[in-house]
Structure formats: C-alpha cells, structure tokens
Design a protein around this ligand. Structure first.
Ligand SMILES: Cc1cc2nc3c(=O)[nH]c(=O)nc-3n(C[C@H](O)[C@H](O)[C@H](O)COP(=O)(O)O)c2cc1C
Length: 157
C-alpha cells in the first residue's frame, strides 16, 4: 500500500504531526506552500478572515499526485474553526475519488466538527478511514507522539 501525507502548516504544529504520521505509516510526505504572506499580526488577522470567508489562495505546484497512492492523509491547522485556504485550494485541484483518505487537524482545542465536514465535502467519492484532532501539538510533544502512533496503526491494513 502506497501512502502520502499532505499538509499545510503556518507555524510548524501541523508539520510536526504530519512528519510523525509519515514515519509511522512509512509514507511519502509533501507540504502545501501558500504563496500569500501569513506571518505577523496582519497575516494572522487576514488568515482568519480568509478562512472564515471560505477563500482559497495561490499555492506552489505540488510534486506528488494523490493519483499514485492508495492512502492519502490530509492535514490542516484550524483557522477560525475552519480549514485553511491552502488546503482548500489543494483539495479543489485534485481528485481523490476511490482513494482511502484519513484526515487530521491541529488546533488550540476548539471543536473540529466543521473542519472535517468541509474536508469531506471537498473530497467527494473518497473512502474516509480515520480522523483525528491534535491540540497544542508541539507544546505536548510526547502526548502528540503517543496519539499519532496509536492512530496510525488503525490506518495501516
Ligand atoms: C488565523 C488563525 C486562526 C486560528 N483559529 C483557531 C480556532 O478557531 N480554534 C483553535 O482551537 N485554534 C485556532 N488557531 C490555532 C491553530 O489552529 C493551531 O495553533 C495550529 O496547531 C497551528 O498549526 P500550524 O503551527 O501548523 O500552523 C488559529 C490560528 C491562526 C493562525
């Protein structure tokens, strides 16, 4: 089974989780790069606004295609209880139908129902095999690693 982990990360938490998952499932990994500047206070405020409006963004071309994989794991940080523009654009530009798909979200602890609902809507025809939310991923490193190890086991069949 070939696996791919794809994620967007503004400040490293989602990257940290994505790397753990890729290590555990023995898969490839690729980061989605947002071309829009999102650092600093203004970046923070505009990012939240873009997410709330359900906006996409311009992303760098991806090297890997989900077409070449059996399992695709997609991760996003939570912005204003929503998915990030970069992940939205990535999902809109790819076809995941017929794929096994697992979803993860990182946050500070808000309810993540809406995030998973949106991700699923953007990946019609996929078979969803798992979802997990990790809060304070880098702050509680050990807890994150434990959770991911356990979760990853359920994705490998
Ligand atoms: C613009 C913005 C909005 C956010 N909104 C939420 C939120 O609604 N609920 C929450 O729990 N965390 C929220 N966060 C925190 C992030 O989801 C959390 O820190 C995440 O792990 C960051 O991932 P990253 O380090 O990979 O970018 C927000 C962060 C940003 C930058």
């Amino acid at each position: 089974m070939k696996s791919l982990v794809v994620y967007y990360s503004r400040s490293g938490n989602t990257r940290f989780v994505a790397e753990q998952i890729a290590k555990e499932i023995g898969g490839d990994i690729e980061e989605i790069i947002d071309k829009k500047k999102r650092k600093g206070l203004l970046g923070f405020v505009l990012s939240g606004y873009d997410a709330t409006r359900g906006r996409g963004t311009k992303i760098e071309p991806m090297k890997r295609s989900p077409k070449d994989y059996d399992l695709v794991v997609v991760g996003t940080p939570m912005w204003n209880k929503r998915i990030t523009p970069a992940v939205r654009t990535y999902l809109k530009g790819n076809d995941f139908s017929g794929k096994r798909v697992a979803l993860f979200c990182t946050s500070l602890g808000s309810e993540s129902e809406r995030v998973f609902k949106t991700l699923k809507e953007l990946m019609p025809g996929s078979s969803f095999v798992g979802e997990i939310t990790i809060s304070n991923a880098k702050k509680d490193r050990e807890k994150t690693e434990e959770k991911i190890t356990e979760w990853a086991k359920s994705l490998i069949v």
